[in-house]
Design a protein around this ligand. Structure first.
Ligand code: CO
Length: 190
């Protein structure tokens, strides 16, 4: 199990449009990266994580969603692309592992269709609705260097500016790999 440090708001790689993954040449490495990304999601209680959030310039996202019955579904999306978007939009609360503790209501397309490669390098198409649709749009944005705060109305963004300025300093010091160590210690004590 390997936890990777998550890049926080203010770190340059979050603003970079990520590089397309050449599946064949990266196959072996990808398996390790994907496993680490799921481990990192687990420890941080996250739903979605994109490779540039762990400092890697790759078009790769992992998602772990629970349905109403607590059944877990994992998605690995390599080079994902949104190929269809519904005109109808829906508002919903979002957070982001690169902005710990910050939540905002974001307007997104209700339904989307995404094409990508899965962890085996096979092409997949996903018709997404609800939470999955929202998470996918959030993650594809990450891969294009777009963050959820960019989606907020201008006034909200202006009000957020001084808040972000303060939080940025705290976030820069956060390190999930160390938090994971604490968790291990907790377990030992109890
Ligand atoms: Co995010």
């Amino acid at each position: 199990m390997a936890i990777r440090r998550i890049c926080k708001y203010g770190e340059k790689i979050l603003r970079k449009k990520t590089r397309k993954v050449d599946f064949k040449s990266m196959k072996g490495k990808l398996e390790f990266i994907i496993n680490d990304m799921f481990d990192t999601l687990q420890i941080t209680n996250g739903i979605g994580l994109s490779a540039n959030q762990v400092g890697l310039d790759l078009r790769l996202t992992v998602i772990k969603l629970k349905d109403e019955k607590e059944k877990e579904t994992k998605f690995v999306l390599i080079n994902p692309e949104i190929i269809e978007k519904s005109q109808t939009t829906i508002k919903g609360q979002e957070g982001c592992l690169s902005f710990p503790g910050l939540y905002a209501v974001v307007k997104r397309s209700e339904k989307i269709k995404v094409k990508a490669l899965n962890e085996k390098g096979l092409p997949v198409e996903i018709n997404a609705l609800g939470m999955l649709s929202r998470v996918l749009q959030h993650e594809v944005d990450h891969l294009n260097g777009v963050l959820f705060i960019d989606k907020l109305p201008l006034l909200t963004r202006m009000r957020l500016k001084p808040v972000l300025f303060k939080l940025k300093k705290q976030w820069a010091k956060m390190d999930e790999t160390k938090t994971a160590e604490y968790k291990k210690v907790d377990k030992l004590i109890s």
